[in-house]
Design a protein around this ligand. Structure first.
Ligand SMILES: *[C@@H]1O[C@H](CO)[C@@H](O)[C@H](O)[C@H]1NC(C)=O
Length: 159
């Protein structure tokens, strides 16, 4: 009896751990995190697109060997990031959104540092996305989100 209870507790701990490790990488995690950031500046929601998602996972898989932050030159807007320590989808978004202070709305330009990852996240006309993630051979994680239609159109404001 005691032993059975012990096993149940162990199983519960493993199940919880598995859920924690999986967390923040689901479609809904990417979508919800994007929509929270978009809502801050009054931009409508973005939805998951499985065609775009298949594209991103395919591209992430191609980067497994080198983990290079090279753009895929595809038809979508594209944000890339890499990091170690099990970098998850929501962490990736946080890194892009950390550029927010560099975006100057008045001049519609980046000041002092990069901001185009952020402006893609909040681009009003980009209403669909897909994201992919892979653990590279060097142990780092590579994350890509692609946006459709693409944002960062010259001469347009994100919102
Ligand atoms: C998903 O994205 C593709 C572009 O790659 C587009 O052609 C398609 O219409 C989108 N799917 C939906 C359901 O909107």
């Amino acid at each position: 009896m005691r032993f059975n209870n012990f096993l149940i507790v162990i199983c519960f701990i493993f199940l919880t751990l598995a859920l924690i490790l999986q967390a923040q990488n689901s479609h809904q995690d990417y979508v919800n995190a994007h929509n929270a950031i978009r809502a801050h500046v009054g931009v409508g929601p973005i939805t998951w697109n499985y065609t775009v998602a298949a594209y991103t996972q395919n591209y992430a898989d191609q980067r497994r060997g080198d983990c290079d932050l090279d753009h895929s030159m595809g038809p979508y807007g594209e944000n890339l990031v890499e990091g170690y320590g099990n970098l998850n989808g929501v962490d990736a978004l946080k890194m892009w959104v950390s550029e927010k202070p560099n975006y100057d709305y008045a001049s519609n330009s980046c000041v002092s540092d990069e901001c185009l990852h952020y402006t893609q996240v909040v681009w009003r006309k980009s209403t669909q996305l897909g994201c992919g993630r892979v653990e590279c051979h060097n142990g780092w994680w590579f994350v890509i989100c692609s946006y459709y239609p693409p944002g960062n159109i010259e001469g347009e404001r994100p919102y």
